[in-house]
Each structure stands twice: as C-alpha cells, then as structure tokens.
Design a protein around this ligand. Structure first.
Ligand SMILES: C[S@@+](CC[C@H](N)C(=O)[O-])C[C@H]1O[C@@H](n2cnc3c(N)ncnc32)[C@H](O)[C@@H]1O
Length: 262
C-alpha cells in the first residue's frame, strides 16, 4: 500500500478510483462521521455551521434544488423534510444505498441519482440552486469540469454554493494537534494525495488554490457573490480528521463560496 503525495500515472483514473473507494468505505465513513453530520441535518463542514442558521443558499421555497456529491444525502434530507423540491446525486452507489436506507428510516422521499458531477443527467437550465457540502470538488483534478456542468444545468441567475477543504490546509500535516501547525509542503504544489495498492489507484484527492477556485468559477461564467471561511466555534470539542479545537481556531479548515450563474 502506497499513500502520500505522488503524481498520477497515465493509466490512472481518479474518478473511477474514488467511486469505488467511496462506495466501499461508505459504511465506515458514516460510522465515524455520521453522528456529527446528523442523518437529517445540513451542516457545511466540521465547524458545524448549519444552513438553518446562515441561509447561505437563500430562500429555497418554490425553487428547484440539486445537491451534487451528496454522500448519504443528509443535507437534501433536511431540505426535503422542510418541503423543498430537491434532487440528490452522488458518484458512489454505496453512498446512495445509505441515503436510501436513511430516507426509508425517516419516511422522507426525494430522488437519489448516481451521477458524476462532471456529467449530470439533467437538461440545461433545470435548477435554481445547486450546492455541495464537501462533495465532489476535492476529488476532481479540474474544477472547471464541475463548474461548467453546474453552469449548464443551472438557470441564469441561479446559485452555485459549495464548501471544500480550505486551500491553506494542503501545506500542513493532516493532524488536529499542534503538530499540524507546521507547514511541510508548498501551497503551490498541486501533487495529489493518493492511495495505491500495487498498480491500482484506490483514492485520489486534489489541491486547488484559492486562485484556482476563483479563476475556474469566473472562466465557467460565474460571478462570485460571497466567500466565507467559517471560524471554529468556541467550545466545539469534536475531532474530525485534521479538524479539532487545538489547531482549528488558528488555521482555517473550510472554504465556502457562493456564486451566481451569468
Ligand atoms: C466528504 S463526502 C461529502 C458528502 C456529505 N456532504 C458528507 O459530508 O458526508 C464526499 C462525497 O463526494 C462524492 N464524490 C466524489 N467525487 C465525485 C464526483 N466526481 N461526482 C459526484 N460525487 C462525487 C463521494 O462519492 C462522496 O460521497
């Protein structure tokens, strides 16, 4: 097993690898993080910021809403339970199986569709609002491929809002303690983090700098409306991977962007 920052080889297909990884690891991921996410809640990241409190998506009544990279679709379930017209999509069938079970448990119905966010099975201009909470973007080499597809299925004037790993995190070890506060990599080094078993690529995660986020959105025809870096709330003592109270009050962990389709 090889893991760390390494270049991909020409034969690697990171999207297929991530589809398999997220399907096979869906159960473990939800055992570890499901309680923090809540089965039926909409948080934007480990800081625990709730859509209910910040209304980053604005008013959703009478809107058609799409979640991409939905995982077990906790955010969509929260919206659907409040009568919002929402469709949830994800690359990994294993994640959607958990989403289906949770829908059944809570008696909440909304469409769950397996789709790579770079090729969405929807007509042009189908949605008013598209969002993801930590889905898709860290797992694709080219942000523009996602933004272009979101732009296609979003109506003019529609909202594209997302949270993702804060770009500064790439420089630091993924360690929630103070050991995670010493930079060990260049911010400008985009070599992906990969996991490989012999010749097979199992997982890949990609670094996008702040300029990569901004420029790819503009190139795909969006106007950036808001950029937000949620602070770590005082007294929040959970640990999630590299997030935790020890260093997260010093180092931002999450980048949130809201953009409008031109
Ligand atoms: C960290 S989870 C985010 C989902 C959920 N909001 C959560 O916090 O658990 C990342 C999700 O992105 C999905 N994903 C990765 N690459 C994708 C792609 N190209 N298209 C759609 N979904 C993708 C994964 O399958 C996974 O369910």
């Amino acid at each position: 097993m090889q893991y760390g920052h390494h270049q991909l080889s020409p034969a690697d297909n990171p999207i297929n690898a991530n589809e398999k990884w997220w399907s096979e690891n869906a159960g473990d991921y939800l055992t570890e993080h499901g309680e923090i996410l809540g089965d039926n809640d909409f948080i934007w990241g480990p800081e625990g910021l709730r859509e209910a409190d910040i209304e980053f998506l604005g008013t959703l009544t009478q809107k058609k809403v799409l979640e991409i990279g939905a995982g077990a679709a906790q955010c969509s379930r929260y919206l659907a339970s409040r009568g919002i017209d929402v469709v949830a999509t994800d690359l990994a069938s294993g994640m959607l199986t958990h989403a289906e079970k949770l829908n059944h448990t809570y008696g909440i119905e909304f469409p769950l569709i397996q789709a790579d966010a770079r090729q969405l099975p929807f007509d042009d201009d189908s949605f008013d609002v598209i969002f993801t909470s930590f889905g898709v973007l860290p797992f694709v080499p080219e942000l523009t491929e996602v933004h272009n597809e979101v732009s296609r299925v979003l109506r003019t004037g529609g909202i594209w809002a997302y949270s993702a790993l804060h770009p500064t995190r790439w420089m630091f070890p993924d360690d929630p303690t103070e050991n995670g506060l010493t930079a060990i990599r260049s911010y400008f080094d985009r070599t992906p983090y990969i996991e490989r078993n012999d010749a097979t690529l199992d997982y890949a995660e990609f670094h996008h700098t702040l300029a990569d986020h901004m420029n790819s959105l503009v190139d795909s025809g969006f106007t950036i409306d808001e950029l937000f870096e949620p602070p770590w709330p005082a007294g929040r003592d959970i640990v999630w991977g590299g997030w935790g109270p020890q260093r997260s009050h010093i180092l931002p962990g999450t980048l949130m962007i809201r953009a409008i389709a031109n």
